[in-house]
Design a protein around this ligand. Structure first.
Ligand SMILES: Cc1ncc(C[n+]2csc(CCOP(=O)(O)OP(=O)(O)O)c2C)c(N)n1
Ligand code: SF4
Ligand SMILES: [Mg+2]
Length: 425
């Protein structure tokens, strides 16, 4: 989907005066020794090589030639045929099933994108939540993740960049009976929407936030994002990113979120369980989802998500249970204020030495949520933190009730004309 946010404020014909040090466009920059541009053509992402038909991001395919790639279990059949449903979800007995939550829109993410599995996971979860469809609202910002509401057969809003939390706040505050879900990307929520994200978290509206983290700007074709690792080479960081990236879990904990979790697109069972927990939480349920962008950042999380390495590189935290991983062969212990990976088979350590996870401990969440950079520690997944705090909308309506009891119903005209007023002009 192309974006045309270009400024055009140059008077016609006038050449802009460039500040010192900015060479006119045609001049090639002189690169420092060892960094000269190669005459080599850039390596294109898989499926985009010359001669091959390109696999383009959503909304960029030539009109009329769009064939949606379907996630497993959703293979398109002959036109008009009902999609095959996974076992146990076929419906037919009048009970809602996954297909009741799939809209009639063609899904336009790139074939193989992790967004498909998140969509399927959310659609599968919906029947279990038993929420009337007319009370469900999915609100997104801008990015590939922003297309999510089109594919849900519920109410939805595709809003403006980074501002889904603001729309959701307005909706939830005025219609608290609605079940509101925010869908956002790493760029949408942590670049342009960084401010909006932290404030919805501290306010604690009773909504769910699904942050699709693919460590890249997908929709705009592969620029680095605030979660891209240092050194990341992209079109906007041709010599490698020099930015220190965000760890979204630490951001959420720092903003005093009341529910903080991480899951991954490639583990549908875990993802569904975590989303269900987030939904059951009375407050903002923040869930970071590792999502593979196979076109512009393929394999960013494979270390944690793929069978060959997952067991050794991912630890699944469970409340009240020792932090063990690698099939029970390794564990995590607290060594002072630091974390240490311990071998549970060598005889020196046992399960009793491992941290027993307590999701109500802010201190522990802050330590375990910071397992991010240390190469000898696995990456944690699951619920990091959960606490009870009144929701914003409950406090708001309580306050409105209290003031109305005291002062009676307000009147907008009277309010606008109250106090000092000025006539201008
Ligand atoms: C105000 C504004 N600024 C910039 C853009 C261009 N833009 C569109 S999507 C996007 C980044 C999206 O990245 P992310 O949130 O990570 O979503 P993804 O596409 O990876 O799912 C940007 C910068 C825009 N549409 N509007
Ligand atoms: S996130 Fe990446 S793979 Fe997914 S639709 Fe966007 S560009 Fe394509
Ligand atoms: Mg992204």
């Amino acid at each position: 989907m192309a974006d045309n946010n270009q400024d055009n404020n140059n008077p016609k014909g006038k050449k802009p005066t460039l500040p010192p040090g900015y060479a006119p466009k045609a001049k090639k920059p002189t690169l420092p020794p060892g960094m000269e541009a190669k005459s080599k053509k850039p390596t294109l992402p898989p499926g985009m090589e010359k001669g091959k038909k390109p696999t383009l991001p959503p909304g960029m395919q030539p009109a009329g030639k769009r064939k949606p790639a379907m996630p497993p279990g959703m293979k398109a059949g002959p036109k008009g045929a009902k999609p095959a449903m996974p076992p146990g979800l076929a419906g037919g007995d009048g009970a809602p099933s996954r297909k009741d939550f799939a809209s009639d829109q063609d899904v336009r993410w790139c074939p193989g994108c992790g967004d498909y599995s998140i969509l399927a996971g959310v659609q599968r979860l919906m029947p279990e939540l038993d929420i009337p469809k007319e009370n469900l609202v999915f609100i997104s910002g801008i990015g590939c993740s922003g297309r999510f509401p089109y594919y849900m057969n519920t109410y939805g809003m595709h809003t403006i960049h980074g501002r889904a939390p603001s729309f959701a706040t307005g909706l939830k505050a005025s219609r608290p009976e609605l079940d509101v879900w925010i869908v956002t990307g790493d760029g949408d929520s942590l670049s342009i929407g960084g401010n909006h994200l932290i404030h919805i978290l501290r306010r604690n509206l009773n909504v769910q936030i699904l942050l699709f983290n693919n460590q890249i700007y997908g929709l705009t074709k592969g620029q680095y994002s605030p979660t891209s690792e240092r050194g990341k080479v992209t079109k906007s960081t041709p010599f490698g990113s020099i930015d220190h990236p965000f760890n979204p879990i630490a951001v959420a904990l720092g903003a005093d979120a009341t529910f903080v979790a991480r899951t991954m697109d490639r583990d549908p069972k875990h993802m569904k369980a975590v989303l269900k927990e987030a939904h059951g939480h009375a407050g903002t349920g923040f869930v970071e989802i590792y999502q593979n962008c196979n076109i512009f950042n393929d394999g960013a999380f494979f270390e944690f998500t793929e069978r060959a390495t997952k067991s050794d590189r991912a630890v699944f935290i469970k409340n009240g249970q020792p932090m063990v991983y690698a099939g029970g062969k390794k564990g995590i212990r607290l060594n002072g204020f630091s974390l240490q990976s311990i071998d549970l088979e060598g005889g020196d350590w046992s399960k009793d030495d491992c941290i027993v996870y307590d999701e109500t401990s802010m201190e522990l969440a802050n330590i375990v949520g910071r397992m991010f950079w240390q190469p000898d520690l696995p990456r944690p997944f699951g619920v990091f933190y959960r606490t009870a705090r009144p929701t914003y909308e409950s406090l708001l309506h309580e306050q409105i009730g209290m003031v109305t009891n005291k002062q009676g119903n307000g009147d907008l005209d009277t309010l606008l004309n109250a106090g000092d007023t000025w006539t201008i002009g």
